[in-house]
Design a protein around this ligand. Sequence first.
Ligand code: 5AD
Ligand code: SF4
Length: 452
Amino acid sequence: MAKVFIKTYGCQMNERDSEQVGASLVARGHVLTPEENEADVILYNTCSVRDMAEQKALARMGNVVHRKRESGRGERIVLGFLGCMAQSRGEDLFKTMPELDLVVGTQKFHRVADHIEALLKARELKRICDTEEELDSQNTIRDHLSVQKAAPCAFVSIMQGCNMNCTYCIVPFTRGGERGRPIPEIVAEVGGLAARGVRDVTLLGQIVNLYGRHEFPERDGKSPFVQLLEAVHGVEGIDRIRFTSPHPIGFREDLIGCYGRLAKLCEHVHLPVQSGSNRILKAMHRAYTRERYLTLIANIRERVPDVAVTGDIIVGFPGETEEDFEETRSLAREVDFDNVYVFRYSPRKDTPASEMAEQVEESVKERRNQVLLADLKEIALRKSRGLVGQEVEILVDGPSKTNPDRLSGRTRKNQLVVFDGGSPRHIGQIMRVRINETTGYTLYGQADILND
Ligand code: 5AD
Ligand code: SF4
């Protein structure tokens, strides 16, 4: 039995993949520990979307290697990189870090337990690198960690990979082509989660709305993704359904029509736009225009006037001028985003954008990042101040991360609410909370106990 520490970098897909690795280890009698210093096995599930995420993971593992040498128990600790950086760098990681034992790519998470056991059994067996492609690997991300009291929210991976080839993005290299899981398997997984008390599921993929387009047929004018939403909607015990991330391409009428029609589908859409400049969108290989994006948002709002809209934006893409950036700022204002993840463009190896002339200077990227964040904060503050004095409905998900004496939960629009007046028995329940303060992205309030 080994004590295993897993740290996850990057997106929700990675969180989900780490959970799968954790569940497969626990199923074999190993234990997960939050204490890195006590672990026999240290695994970092890595992200390659930006260089900074890779550097962070490398630097942290560098420190572990150092401690490992000093501590004298070095030889007995297994160190591994999993996921995107493991996939893209492969064997090279052993050259950078000779003390490393394990490198496992994005299609081999289900093999991690075997590899760890082999390494623990035969310490002379140094170094396993497993980064091959595996047909059907999308179907291996399906187990969840069962904790004493199940958290009310869960992620469900519905597909892997992406075929879009946006010119800045490394994901098609690290995660391969699009591959969807069959609807009945996903529904069975969601059913199992509901039986354990989960009420809120988020369907995960790189481009979820294009789910199944290569594998499963349209039916009655409905895309496989819409068919999947309908099927998940039928699972008893689930109250809220979300998905992330869709692509503006393929966000068609059948999907827009799900809002309002499928009562469990939350009033929140996370729709990455990347830029407000048509010139830059084209260079990014994003096959839509600013106008089309705005029309799409307007169409969704026609169905659900109060829908929360969030997105991703990249600043400082090669060739981005001040005018292009101003177009992005004006788009953000026009959309009236509830929140946006802003990324400074980071050149990624072997992607077309990294070879484009006119790379933007870091100082310019940083300034644009700050300017856009300030714009977005202003929008968020205006919107959330409108909620002060009002009651919102939240699903309580646990103690607040910043203050464990309070609880926190999320509205259907995915707003984070930290509140007083609740107790641990409320975790997993839907409650009404009166909002009395906001910092822009977090709301603070008091639970309405009469509702208890
Ligand atoms: N540089 C900066 N941001 C990136 N993203 C993807 N690739 C890069 C890159 N090379 C951002 C996009 C995407 C999000 C997950 O990460 O905005 O939607
Ligand atoms: Fe990357 Fe574009 Fe695919 Fe998203 S849609 S994962 S940004 S290539």
